[in-house]
Write a protein that binds this ligand. Structure first.
Ligand code: GLY
Length: 388
């Protein structure tokens, strides 16, 4: 197809060879990890070894998610077995009280992909429990989920909702469609509406954190936790918004969300650097001498491939071409690890203000990179980006 031709003079980008690259890197990781409870998480720029995370951390679902995607692409049971083993370690979390909004990321990447590909009833049970548990964090007075219970006292944020939380609505929508209560759908919709109303500035860039009053539900302020400043556009936060509203439109078919997904995408696209990979925060005054966040580019590339499927031809083409350029750039020597180490990508930034995971390889970049490549492959085969 035309996507396997050169997209720029320097980038020789072919979907099949980038997917093959991911497969061989994942194999290197798989054979290097000492035991399956060691879940690959991140790798500093000057390191060749994974730092691991444990079952329960917000990122623990991404590695099994990558293994599921490799199984989906290859139908090779070797990947299915590895994915299943890690997912089975995560499954008991579904029966615990949700500690934060992150149970959506954890469950959908692991059990969600696992159920989609195997139909294993235990995964469905777990997902339904996890959705009910996540819904316990919903505050009907505010109309959003409390993202970080731990920050209520620590930061004096009575009710806080972070933009990342948009991603976790997917678990609620999924559960409502698969035997869970209608109330899960209603909560997800209301969360998306309330967030749309309060968590964005006039230019459609978002605040990382929206703080609300618990008694009358009013919006108190927009602030940051992982970004540069309260008024800046933190790259991954905007990426979560783009992906989140695209997904909410998929689930609701409500055109207000489609229109909003376009607006939050357009401000991002109008401000990214030429190589299509954002700096960690769009407002850092030291750009270009600051770290990138490749993970944001991966999330956005995957989202734009989906969003393009919901739009008239001209806009669809614009988003698809932007996504392909992002993937071509991510697939260049500048961003791929190559032989030097087993992660897929370099140059992501986790939490710069906390001094953590700066200019590193991070597992969720790899997950969304893989997802975006598989979506692009489906598009070139004239299949819908996502199965109905
Ligand atoms: N959800 C946490 C992050 O994006 O860093």
């Amino acid at each position: 197809g035309c996507f396997s031709c050169k997209t720029t003079a320097t980038d020789d980008f072919s979907i099949d060879s980038e997917i093959a690259y991911c497969r061989s890197q994942a194999m290197r990781t798989l054979v290097s990890i000492p035991s399956l409870d060691k879940i690959p998480n991140s790798m500093d720029l000057d390191s060749i070894k994974w730092r691991y995370t444990q079952v329960g951390s917000w990122t623990c679902g991404f590695w099994p998610g990558i293994l599921w995607y490799l199984y989906e692409d290859t139908k090779d049971n070797m990947w299915r077995e590895a994915a299943g083993k890690v997912t089975d370690m995560i499954a008991p979390l579904a029966y615990r009280k949700a500690k934060s909004h992150d149970s959506g990321f954890i469950m959908m990447c692991s059990l969600g992909n696992g159920y989609r590909l195997t139909g294993k009833p235990e995964y469905k049970e777990g997902l339904l429990h996890a959705a009910d548990s996540l819904a316990m964090l919903y505050n009907p007075v505010v109309g959003t989920i409390l993202s970080w219970p731990g920050m209520v006292k620590k930061e004096n944020w009575p009710h806080n909702t972070i933009i990342d939380n948009m991603m976790n609505l997917e678990l609620l929508f999924w559960a409502a469609r698969n035997g869970g209560g209608q109330y899960l759908y209603d909560i997800a919709c209301k969360h998306a509406e309330t967030t749309m109303k309060h968590q964005f500035r006039k230019d459609y860039s978002c605040y990382h954190v929206a703080v609300y009053d618990t008694l009358d539900g009013h919006f108190i302020k927009g602030v940051t936790h992982q970004g540069l400043s309260d008024d800046s556009m933190w790259a991954r936060g905007q990426a979560w918004a783009i992906y989140g509203y695209t997904m909410v439109y998929r689930e609701t078919h409500d055109v207000r969300f489609l229109d909003f997904a376009r607006k939050v995408s357009d401000v991002y696209l109008s401000r990214i650097p030429e190589d299509m990979i954002p700096y960690w925060d769009f407002n850092d005054p030291s750009i270009p001498d600051v770290p990138r966040d490749a993970s944001a580019a991966c999330v956005v590339a995957s989202a734009l491939l989906e969003l393009s499927g919901y739009l008239p031809a001209e806009k669809a083409l614009e988003y698809k071409q932007a996504a392909v350029k992002m993937l071509a750039s991510l697939s260049s020597d500048k961003y791929q690890c190559g032989k030097s180490k087993p992660a897929f990508l370099l140059h992501s930034t986790g939490h710069l203000p906390a001094g953590s995971e700066i200019d590193a390889s991070i597992i969720y970049a790899d997950y969304y990179y893989m997802e975006a490549l598989l979506r692009l492959k489906r598009l070139t085969e004239n299949k819908p980006v996502i199965d109905e």
